[in-house]
Write a protein that binds this ligand. Structure first.
Ligand code: CAA
Length: 296
């Protein structure tokens, strides 16, 4: 299917605004001194600024960061505000040393009826995390199971600690993954390996996850967050609209066929010549100096 020129132009214009969700905010130029308001107390997460990076820590340790409605609500609120904060380039999402997150909260959902699950479109709102325009780096130690693994797969890059364990154990509970485990996992590690995890409910360790391409690198457990922050600050040193464009264009590979994907990539590439940051980046190379990106 050919994309209409108007569709492509609309998509490239959309790239130039940092939306948390394509439907949740109004257009806002990246240069506006917008945002803030996310560095505050939440019930279930900690939110701190680390230079140009927002560090979000799931903070429900007694329940191994089981993803109750409250955690998801806090995450969506924080990421929505961070998406509008032009001083933040990247989000790092982490949990505790024992658990990134041990899945959706089983106690909270065990008595739900079909009608409740269906009529509230249970878990649909989790998808907002995947729509955040800024890059997200997940720093994963300990268990990333069920919804925890699925939340992790909504991030763009995963750094795993040596003690990390991944799995989709839903089948052991009489259900299937409900937040992308049957879809993103297949795209990440292929059908046979994904089927094995989904059908046996078993786990893989960090080394295996790296071999399978589920995570980008494995580091000593005590350094996971530090390594993720270092990588995130490097990404955040580049032009924010260019990073958002890169993220959206790579993610388009999961939605489009090759011809459409290549066309989309080329059009986005063309659109970046409207940015001062393109002139600055290429000019700095030619003048043999460090570029100073202004996100314009
Ligand atoms: N939901 C609710 N509570 C959870 C939980 C979850 N997913 N995972 C752990 N907890 C709670 C435990 O109930 C326990 O609470 P209490 O102290 O009140 O009993 C506490 O966290 C500590 O857990 P354990 O005592 O079980 O810790 P452990 O070290 O012995 O075992 C574990 C760790 C192997 C991760 C084990 O807790 C476990 O198997 N958890 C459930 C994993 C799971 O099945 N996840 C999938 C959930 S369904 C889902 O996610 C659907 C989806 O697609 C979105």
């Amino acid at each position: 299917m050919m994309l209409a020129r108007s569709t492509l132009l609309r998509r490239s214009r959309l790239l130039l605004r940092p939306l948390a969700s394509s439907s949740s905010t109004t257009a806002r130029p990246l240069t506006a001194a917008a945002g803030g308001g996310w560095e505050k107390s939440y019930e279930f997460i900690l939110a701190e600024r680390k230079d140009k990076v927002a560090l979000l820590t799931l903070n429900r340790p007694k329940a191994l960061n089981a993803l109750c409605n409250g955690i998801i609500r806090d995450l969506i609120e924080a990421t929505t505000h961070i998406a509008r904060d032009d001083s933040v380039g990247v989000i790092v999402l982490t949990g505790s040393t024992k658990a990134f997150a041990a899945g959706a909260d089983i106690k909270e959902m065990k008595d739900k009826t079909f009608v409740e699950a269906f009529s509230t479109n249970m878990f649909e709102e989790w998808g907002q995390i995947a729509k955040v325009a800024k890059p997200i780096v997940a720093a994963v130690n300990g268990y990333a199971l069920g919804g925890g693994c699925e939340l992790m797969m909504m991030a763009d890059i995963v750094i795993a600690g040596e003690n990390a364990k991944f799995g989709q154990p839903e089948i052991t509970l009489g259900v299937i993954p409900g937040c992308g485990g049957t879809q993103r996992l297949v795209r990440a590690i292929g059908k046979s390996k994904a089927m094995e995890l989904v059908l046996t409910g078993g786990m893989i360790d960090a080394k295996q996850a790296e071999k399978d391409g589920l995570v980008s690198k494995v580091v000593p457990t005590e350094t996971t967050v530090e390594v993720a922050l270092e990588m995130a600050n490097k990404i955040a040193s580049f032009s924010l609209p260019v990073a958002a464009a890169a993220k959206e264009t790579v993610n388009a590979a999961f939605e489009l066929n090759l011809a459409e994907g290549l066309r989309f990539e080329r059009r986005i590439f063309h659109s970046l010549f409207a940015l001062s940051d393109q002139k600055e980046g290429m000019g700095a190379f030619v003048e043999k100096r460090k570029p100073k990106f202004t996100n314009t």
